[in-house]
Design a protein around this ligand. Structure first.
Ligand SMILES: *[C@@H]1O[C@H](CO)[C@@H](O)[C@H](O)[C@H]1NC(C)=O
Length: 267
């Protein structure tokens, strides 16, 4: 800890406080996650991550971290998760007591490694007060709430990959001239218009990190997987960019701050 800058120490402090808060929240919800208390969801969010932003802060390198695949690292949007949502604020979570079992999705491993990688090394919360992989978190927390539209783990991963391939937002953007660049900025309204134009006039939600760097892009779908408006505010300035991904060199990030928590754990 001695080698951390003041800013990094402040960050660690904030994260620790957040974790404590989460423990309180989870402590309560974990006692009564019974499905009868959470009504059926209204629509789906397909949350996508932009690798150029997700890999920006030096995390540690490890086999699971897609930022560390060198030339094989992702350069297009990848999946964060498919999340059942309520029309009003919020979403159901941890709806059954199913546990993630990687063997159930063996046949999809290659696709999910490629299209649904984690950009971290750490584990994340499951619904059983344990820690698990990114996939375990997404399935247990969100996937178990997708019934009756999606039932079971295999169906959850297969459906998500299928929708992701069908609504290829990276392709829509590059066809419209919006490409990865560290310097080029685009008016957000033009980016949104290009997506709406291809996807049934449905409005996405775009989230930005610093200086208009796109971090996440959410596409929303009704229960028949037809695109619909997200009706969620963007968190971006008027001009946005899609930062280029610069592959992490494992030995250069050895002293980097390990990831303790991030949005993955919170949503
Ligand atoms: C999306 O389209 C791009 C071409 O722009 C292609 O490289 C990529 O494989 C496609 N993604 C999926 C999931 O099919």
């Amino acid at each position: 800890m001695a080698s951390l800058s003041i800013k990094a120490k402040a960050m660690v402090f904030v994260v620790v406080v957040l974790l404590q808060l989460l423990t309180v929240v989870f402590g309560f919800s974990a006692e009564a996650p019974s499905s009868s208390e959470q009504r059926e969801f209204d629509y789906f969010v397909l949350a996508l991550q932009w690798p150029g932003s997700s890999c920006k802060n030096p995390g540690k390198c490890c086999p699971s971290n897609a930022c560390c695949r060198g030339a094989e690292s992702p350069t297009e949007f990848t999946i964060h998760g498919l999340w059942p949502q309520y029309n009003e604020k919020g979403w159901p979570s941890c709806c059954t007591d199913a546990s993630f079992n990687e063997n159930e999705i063996n046949i999809l491993t290659e696709d999910i490694q490629k299209y649904w990688p984690t950009y971290r090394c750490g584990t994340t919360s499951t619904c059983h007060q344990t820690k698990g992989s990114f996939w375990a978190h997404e399935y247990e927390k969100h996937g178990t709430c997708a019934a009756p539209v999606i039932v079971g783990e295999y169906d959850y991963f297969l459906t998500t990959i299928t929708i992701f391939s069908k609504y290829n937002v990276t392709k829509v953007l590059s066809d419209a001239g919006f490409v990865a660049s560290n310097t080029e900025k685009y008016p957000i309204e033009d980016v949104v218009a290009a997506i709406k134009n291809e996807f049934n006039n449905a409005t996405p939600k775009i989230s930005c990190a610093k200086k208009g760097a796109v971090k996440e892009l959410w596409l929303c779908f009704d229960k028949s997987f037809e695109p619909r408006d997200c009706n969620l505010p963007n968190s971006c300035p008027d001009f946005i960019k899609f930062p280029t991904y610069e592959p992490q060199e494992p030995n250069k990030v050895e002293g980097a701050i390990p990831w303790i928590a991030d949005v993955e754990e919170i949503i």
